[in-house]
Ligand binder design. Sequence first.
Ligand SMILES: [Zn+2]
Length: 399
Amino acid sequence: MVGQHDENLLSDMLPVYYTRLFPQNIFCRWLSCGSSPQPLANRELSFTLADDVYLRYLTICNQKEFQTLLQKKCPYKLDIGAVYNTKPSIARHDSVVLARELVFDIDLTDYDEVRTCCQEAKVCEKCWKFMVIACEIIDKSLREDFGFQSILWVFSGRRGVHCWVSDYEARTLDGPGRGAVADYLCLIFGGDNQTKKVHLGSENMHSSIRRALEIIDKYFLELLQDQEFLSTENRLKAFLKLIPDETLRSQVEKKLEKMPESSVDRWKTFLNLYESFFRENGSAVRKMKYLVEEIKIQYCYPRLDVNVTKGFNHLLKSPFSIHPKTGKVCVVFKPGNAKTMKLEDVPTIYSLLDDSTPESAQHQANMRTAVKNFQEVVFSLEKAEALRRKNDHNISLDF
Ligand SMILES: [Zn+2]
């Protein structure tokens, strides 16, 4: 049954998975921490059942209730929502959201404009590199620019990643605050009709953009080779549209068209042309000061679904859910390990529950690592929460 996926088996396998393998205890501890100062019971969970029945505003008080709910409903999809001031329910319209992890959703389908190896739901080792870059850039920024520490990275089960920030300051961030973080991290703007989507201006570059570019530079040539951004006629055309100056554009066009199709060679030739044009035209090319950087960002920088980050009420798939279309586990991984992560090594519900599959042993080991990664984040979150409560208590005594 290598790589086989049969959705019909899920209804038999999921109850076993939830009982034996889903890290219920650590999951409830993670949610409890993230719910404080409100109780776990004020947190919304939502289930999608086998027949696509959608249950919102489910709540649990503890692990035992969670286990019972899982066994009773056997959800095909398990999503996590916000924490309310009261126990949320479908009938209550006056509930107010008090906390919610700051979340990021990055999906390879948003890269379809630039990735050439796969489209839509497909994903391979080559395009996974876009996710590697995204994890590294977002994780660094969250830690260094915002000072966040409780950051959980989760494979979304098919073609993307989710990031959950559980720090108190992140959880209690209001709408405009979330919008500001999303806007800060977003450098690519415009829909299908806009060709040039990155504009860095001509002032000094912000240090976070410089840092992002350093990360992109580690992978850029590799990606250029994998994706052949500049090889075919159409791709070359799209690339030329990114050059705002007509004279430079036509110089580049003439030269690249005559060259062999290798994107790496074409890119190097473009760089030479750009540099000599820049030297000769000096101040006249102010608007193209960061053209090379803008192009790299347009091809490689993370494409965030900003609405997910900005909203409080956006439900997001839980860590350790099973993706119903692939059978893969939404494993927790360390952002630094994204580059060595192989998609075929992600455990599936089938390989975990069927010892006779050849990849079973490896997948079981990978599942244990994923649970350990999850534990590490939750333990440090619990420590940080204990410290915060102690400090809050001391401050209140001082008054
Ligand atoms: Zn691919």
